[in-house]
Design a protein around this ligand. Structure first.
Ligand SMILES: [Mg+2]
Length: 239
């Protein structure tokens, strides 16, 4: 393996889990029509992700937080994620989960899977004085595309010498993936990479991701992606 440290950033909903847990909570407990409209607006970017989450939370009436906590327990993960984590742990490769969803269900699902040692950054949702309240500790002042700015986490958790890998599937992965050297993409992230001519590797499950990552590790030299280096530079120049 090269001297370059590999750092892996991975989305949660629809990437580690089979389905989008966040969206499903609101589809189940919110007013369906309103929820679908809001999700559409977030996807076409006519409202910010942060505003979208606030609006979605407002569509839920008469549901207790404990009921939602119970509901999220049924969401499965891609079982091959375990093998992937075993491999990265054995090779001392950092894996960080970056999610524009909420910490309570990420915690619950990781605990159930005995993966609670994994680091993650996400938004929060909690019951405060009988009300369900979202909070957003990692917004970016200048950009409102996501509530949790995944790009900022990547920039602060990796150095220019590291070889960064991104694994994702959706809207909130489109920006951060561009700052990484190697992209695993499916669903709307895949379509985005295709249309923007960003080089990526398609994947179906972590079986594919693990295999390809092992191939990368076996390489003598890992070549960084030039467009990602340029992207990183523009952020530093903006200060
Ligand atoms: Mg996702």
């Amino acid at each position: 393996m090269s001297d370059r440290a590999i750092k892996i950033f991975v989305d949660f909903d629809g990437t580690i889990t089979k389905e989008d847990v966040g969206a499903n909570i609101f589809l189940k407990y919110g007013e369906r029509e309103k929820v679908e409209t809001i999700i559409e607006k977030i996807r076409d970017r006519s409202i910010s992700a942060l505003q979208g989450w606030i609006d979605l939370v407002a569509t839920m009436k008469g549901v207790s937080f404990s009921e939602i906590e119970k509901y999220v327990e049924e969401f499965e993960i891609d079982k091959s994620f375990h093998e992937f984590i075993k491999m990265t742990t054995e090779n001392k490769i950092d894996v960080v989960i970056l999610s524009d969803g909420f910490s309570f269900y990420i915690n619950k699902i990781l605990q159930r899977e005995e993966l609670s040692h994994l680091k993650f950054y996400s938004n929060h949702l909690a019951e405060v004085n009988g009300k369900i309240v979202p909070s957003f500790p990692y917004t970016d002042e200048e950009c409102n595309l996501c509530a949790n700015c995944k790009r900022n986490h990547i920039l602060s958790l990796s150095s220019d010498d590291d070889f960064t890998i991104y694994i994702g599937n959706g809207n909130s992965d489109k920006c951060p993936a561009q700052f990484c050297d190697y992209i695993f993409a499916k669903d709307s992230l895949l379509k985005f990479c295709e249309s923007e001519r960003i080089s990526f590797t398609p994947y179906k499950s972590f079986v594919d991701v693990k295999k390809k990552t092992e191939e990368l590790m076996a390489k003598k030299r890992l070549k960084k992606r030039h467009q990602a280096e340029l992207k990183r530079k523009t952020v530093y120049l903006q200060g």
